[in-house]
Design a protein around this ligand. Structure first.
Ligand code: ARG
Length: 399
């Protein structure tokens, strides 16, 4: 069933239908879509647009439909999009009263609501996973208290640092990511329902009450913005992309450190893979993949920003292209955040090797200069003296 057949005498060319239909990917919004419809039905009844009995029928039908989708899944074809599918299935289930559900609503404010609800949920999930990761980093830092390794600048050994210090640098990044997803969730968590197609709704629906019913913190202020805005999507994907960049930096260090040249850390066999040709290999595939997934999510960010750039108000079908990027960013980040904590906990740190590496390469040169300063030598002079000493030691091949 089409939602807009009245004006058309001819059928849609199947090629355009196949090209334009979004059900195959937006069906995963079924829960959000049904929640939104339940809240809208209650809002219609509260405004006296439909009767309480009609609203009860709609709500019950929608709840049964949700149970059916939860049990059997949602078909990938047979309707234009998830909104059309829900309405068609509701009609099969409860009959003509289903035709009243879409009063005072457009798919434009409906889909804007669905993606906001999705972003809110995805923020909550990613934040929980980020906390797990931070806790894991803190646990490893506690366990490795006192483990020393060379700290680097320019990838040259610089000064000795504690492994805990190094790992907790990443905890800081992930903590900021946690906060960013919180900001994103807060701004996403307002209801666009009532914006209609673009110009608002002709019915006296109490938008605030509908928003509260959905657990949202308020309502959008401008109906044109409400249906055209995809900032929640862009913000979510940016927060995801930056988190992936942080994950990528950490993964790169683990990959480097696991190589023989560093030899600081060893992957557990359960979190490493072998080579089909070289029998001796043990590869850190998991960390390498996390390192690479940043590229994918940065791609999602470029997708959404490019779709939005130059797009006139208000709704345009272009906005349907927000979803796959959003879902991909949410899924990719979730997968990385769930695999990293167990991988991190299972690492074996080569404390002796790290300490020996920190003892070579004059990493205490700065401390010696500072010592001379405490003995009354101006720092510039101390720096020069120690520099000459390093040069002498290098010439003589000693530490
Ligand atoms: N599938 C559409 C999307 O995701 C739903 C909104 C369609 N609205 C419209 N006026 N064609 O954007």
């Amino acid at each position: 069933m089409k939602l807009w057949g009245g004006r058309f005498a001819r059928e849609t060319d199947p090629r355009l239908a196949a090209f334009g239909d979004s059900l195959a990917f937006d069906r995963r919004l079924w829960e959000e879509d049904i929640r939104g419809s339940i809240a809208h039905a209650k809002g219609l009844a509260a405004a006296g647009v439909i009767t309480a009995e009609e609203a009860a029928l709609l709500v019950q039908g929608l709840e049964e439909l949700a149970a059916e989708f939860a049990a059997d899944g949602v078909p990938a074809e047979g309707a234009e999009d998830i909104h059309s599918l829900v309405e068609a299935r509701l009609l099969d289930r409860i009959g003509p009263v289903a035709k009243k559900l879409h009063t005072g609503r457009s798919r434009n404010d409906q889909v804007a609501l669905d993606i906001r609800l999705f972003v809110v949920r995805a923020c909550r999930e990613r934040r929980r996973e980020l906390l797990d990761l931070i806790e894991t980093l803190v646990a490893v830092a506690e366990k490795e208290e006192g483990t020393v390794l060379p700290g680097y600048t320019h990838l040259q050994r610089a000064q000795p640092v504690l492994l805990a210090h190094h790992l907790l640098a990443y905890a800081e990044m992930f903590w900021r990511d946690w906060e960013r997803f919180g900001d994103c969730r807060r701004r996403a968590n307002i209801s666009p329902l009532g914006a209609g197609a673009l110009a608002g709704s002709g019915y006296p629906i109490d938008r605030e009450t509908v928003a509260r019913e959905l657990g949202m913190e308020g309502v959008t202020a401008n109906s044109l913005d409400a249906v055209a805005d995809r900032d929640p999507v862009a913000e979510f994907i940016f927060a995801a992309a930056l988190t992936q960049v942080h994950l990528s930096r950490l993964s790169e260090e683990l990959v480097l450190w696991a190589g023989e040249e560093y030899g600081f850390v060893e992957f557990d066999e359960a979190f490493a893979t072998g080579s089909s040709l070289m029998p001796q290999k043990k590869n850190p595939d998991g960390a390498e993949l996390i390192r690479a997934k940043a590229g994918r999510v940065i791609g999602d960010l470029v997708t959404i920003l490019t779709v939005l750039k130059g797009l006139p108000l208000a709704y345009n079908k272009d906005l349907q292209e927000d979803k796959e990027a959003l879902f991909d960013a949410a899924d990719t980040l979730g997968a990385c955040l769930r695999i990293l904590p167990p991988m991190l906990s299972s690492l074996r740190w080569n404390r002796d090797r790290m300490r020996r590496t920190a003892e070579e390469g004059f990493l205490n040169a700065t401390d010696l200069a500072d010592y001379l300063v405490r003995r009354g030598i101006p720092f510039r002079e101390a720096h020069h003296l120690v520099g000459r000493l390093v040069r002498r030691a290098l010439e003589r091949g000693v530490g």
